[in-house]
Write a protein that binds this ligand. Structure first.
Ligand code: 1DF
Ligand code: MN
Length: 357
């Protein structure tokens, strides 16, 4: 990993735009205590143990750095932002958030985490914005927390860390969450989670279960399940945000459309029903993507071409990815000044309703 090198003279210079990073993680120390309790119990989810069990116990430099950064909401975080030229972080409770907890703990801790985040935003209102954490385990409580987050805490997006104990939001039992998000005009950032038990083994044995590949496969699958279940036909104004270059779905668009059409026509699966539009239409009209973890100009340009320049947003994925060189590379993209400003600043201001400073 490229840790910021204090002796480096490289520093992103001033830019004709603010740099707003939109998939930045934090963890209240109290959540780590709950995680410790879960990890010491019986029947621990293998994906959760492989992910947070690792970061919370490994002596490696990467793990120690990440744990230090996740739990800091003040000087250290602001210093790292300054080092990287990041003006603002849009913060989300780190994966898996409350989704690994039992229902009652998840509902109550989502509120605690949101209050904790709102306090940090109050301390640093020009540096932080945030997303509302919810417990999908209790869809009605999640809907209420979205309402509270928007109307009382001033947060305008929701974070859900992909599957909840192996269950997907394509199941209609979760759709009160979509109804609340749509009613409050709050996009849902569908962020990766560790792989559920049914997917874990073949990825883990090759060391590919994490952010390197498994996360993207599972979160992309989740987004596709939401599309093919007809969620956007039922909630046409609902918006999803996907990180990691849309978890590669823009690259899949042609094949998704062709094979979805063929599958519907052949009546091969009861679960693949006709939709009002093609899968790629929902990607272009209901989805925003961020470049979290992918500081790569060709992928960003392809996505702008496919989705439109108003749907591709900057993200760093701090502290899991923390590299000043990436900001310098992105500053240097060959791209019109208008599109670059949308990418780094104005799309985030619009999507997260960040007030002008
Ligand atoms: C990792 C990556 C962990 C991402 C994350 O949350 C995360 C990682 C626990 O590298 O283990 O959010 N990510 O979004 O790429
Ligand atoms: Mn992330």
């Amino acid at each position: 990993m490229q840790l910021p090198d204090p002796s480096s003279t490289r520093h992103p210079g001033p830019a004709p735009y603010l740099r707003i990073a939109t998939e930045e993680a934090f963890a209240p120390p109290e959540m780590l205590e709950i995680y410790r309790r879960i990890l010491s119990g019986a029947n621990v989810d293998p994906g959760f143990r492989g992910l947070m069990g690792f970061y919370m116990s490994s002596p490696s430099e990467r793990a120690q750095h990440i744990m230090r950064c996740l739990t800091d909401m003040d000087a250290l975080r602001l210093k790292h932002m300054d080092d990287c030229g990041v003006d603002m972080q849009v913060l989300a409770l780190t994966s898996p958030g409350v989704q690994v907890m039992d229902k009652a703990t998840a509902v109550s801790f989502a509120r605690i985490a949101n209050d904790y985040l709102a306090d940090a935003i109050r301390r640093h209102p020009t540096r932080f914005a945030g997303m509302i954490a919810v417990a999908p385990q209790d869809p009605q409580a999640a809907a209420k927390e979205i309402e509270r987050g928007v109307s009382q805490l001033g947060m305008n997006a929701v974070v859900i860390n992909s599957h909840t104990q192996g269950e997907y939001l394509s199941d209609t039992k979760f759709w009160d969450i979509f109804a609340a998000a749509e009613a409050h005009d709050a996009p849902i950032y569908l962020h990766p989670n560790s792989l559920p038990p049914g997917m874990y083994e073949p990825f883990m044995e090759a060391g590919l279960d994490g952010a390197i590949y498994g996360f993207g496969v599972e979160t992309g699958l989740h987004a596709l399940r939401i599309i093919t279940a007809g969620v956007f036909d039922r909630f046409p104004k609902l918006r999803l945000i996907l990180g990691h270059m849309g978890e590669a779905l823009p690259f899949w668009a042609y094949r998704l459309d062709y094979m979805h059409r063929a599958t519907v026509k052949s009546q091969r699966y009861d679960s693949v029903k006709p939709l009002r539009r093609q899968p790629s239409d929902y990607l272009r009209e209901n989805v925003y993507i961020t470049n979290s973890g992918v500081a790569w100009e060709p992928a960003i340009k392809f996505s702008q071409d496919f989705l439109g320049a108003d749907r591709v947003l900057y993200a760093m994925d701090y502290p899991y990815q923390h590299a000043v060189d990436e900001v310098i590379a992105l500053d240097g993209m060959t791209m019109s000044p208008e599109h670059k400003k949308r990418f780094f600043q104005t799309n985030a201001e619009t999507v997260f309703k960040i007030p002008p400073r």
